[in-house]
Design a protein. Sequence first.
Length: 604
Amino acid sequence: MKNHQKTLGARYTMDQFLQTEMIHSQSISSDEQSIIYSSDRSGVYNAYTIAIDGGDPTPLTESTEEAVHVLSYFPNDRRFLYTSDQGGNELHHIYLQDEQGDVTDLTPFDQAKAIYYGWSQDDRGFYFGVNQRDPRFMDVYYMDIDSLEPTLLFKNDGYEFAAISKDRRYVALTTAHNMNSNTMYLYDAVKEELKPLLPHDDDILYHPQCFGDDSKELYFLTDDDREHLYLKKINLESGAQESVIEERWDLSYAYFSKQSQYLVYGMNVDAQRRPKIIHWQTKKELSVPLPEGFITECKMSASEKKVTFMLQSAVSSNNLYVYDLETEELKQLTNTFNSEMDQQELATDKIVRYASFDGLEIPAVYYKPHVREGEKVPALVWVHGGPGGQSMRIYSPVIQYLVNQGYAVLAVNNRGSSGYGKTFFQAADLKHGEVDLEDCIRAKEFLADTGYVDEKRIGIIGGSYGGYMVLAALAFRPDEFEVGVDIFGVANWDRTLKSIPSWWETMRDSLYQKIGNPYTQEDYIHSISPLFHAEKIEKPLIVLQGANDPRVLQVESDEIVEKVKQNAVPVEYIVFPDEGHGFTKKKNQKQGYEGILRFLDQHL
């Protein structure tokens, strides 16, 4: 019977998929004997600790409602910081839990959001931002860990925090012109002076990463004169610039280890994240036996003797690894995959490319289900969030669930996606719901060319911006897809762009440049908003929405559902009262993903 199941493909329930643990956000203890991380094994994200030599994890928090996202151990003891919001409203506070389990809200401001920025070089405090004074802007504070009293370092009136120097004199900031261009600024706390660094007129991105050990140089990512982001540095006194690291792909981050012996940076390699560690004095790459897969949160211990990271793949959720630089031993500390399931039964991913309407090559991640000889299977075009997001080669329980149930899934990276150079990223500006939609429609040709996908049974699915693309497809190209699965997607750009969360104020103009300005381009905004064309939707639709979503308000989904119902079209609607922009609780994931499958089985 086992061999027969292997041939036909074993089917697993959503309960079995949800027994696979999801983990993230790890931090090494000061004595380097344990690691703290967040896990949803209880059904809600909580903090757990595990010995660095291995063993069973120990829960440190017992939340039953709000997700606990680990920030960091304290530098000299087992206290730790974590962040949590209220039902997905994104108004995160920073909490301290001591070694006895007592919790203190360090940012107890009503209707304010706090963001953790990291520890000071001397380990006597940490930096954070909070928008208590003005809900639009994050003032930068220093929190002393002895007094637990915050000190204002920078009163923010329109900048994005990026980095702070080790001597606390300089703060690196940015302001966005659009999603393709910004300006770096340097605040000098001694002179109380704020000035732009490298002012320019062309579209250039600057992402400050860190200051040098002597606080005289700033390291930053940029695409100046390049297609891809690379690492440069600038001398703050002379203004001299120098290229530091260039790769064939975008760099996504860079930082120095605690004692500045190593430079660690990450690359976005064709929808997969991979780190490199460079010995700074010799400029030689450290030979770490990194397994294949998608690697995030690559961190080096304070002693610079251990490296920890998270690794996942299409068929395996994140696992925590530690590498000892002295013994050269690599150890996997967690095993998050449900042992009841056979990973060989899940769908591996494959990077594919296909030509769009104008010949532009579109990259995508393809998941093939088990297909019997001569069988024709249904398929889904999956569209990522954004604008400017990217479909990555990561573990997705909902994608694996749908593929396991017999659906082929093609996760497209339509033009406007990140990770493939600035020309590709800019190619859909002020043309959303048009050229990027055409890229998604052309994905059908790739699916049909497989020979085993039924071209008459192809649907479209996506969340957030991807949910908008679902609605745009059904409204603007009503004959192309047989069904739509909209997961908290934008229906009315006029409302969404005018109701951007206050803490996104510094990004507001960037979004207007990317999508359109609802105050000056009203006709255009209406033309790309599916709500105002909903009478054309004639294919079955299912919509999932979090009631506390601050980005795509519930009214967006309420109104599109009501409009489509007037067309006598099958419509299903699932609202989660305790979720925001994304579903973090397993009970809600079960209800939502099973609801999607039932809908697809009925209509596709």
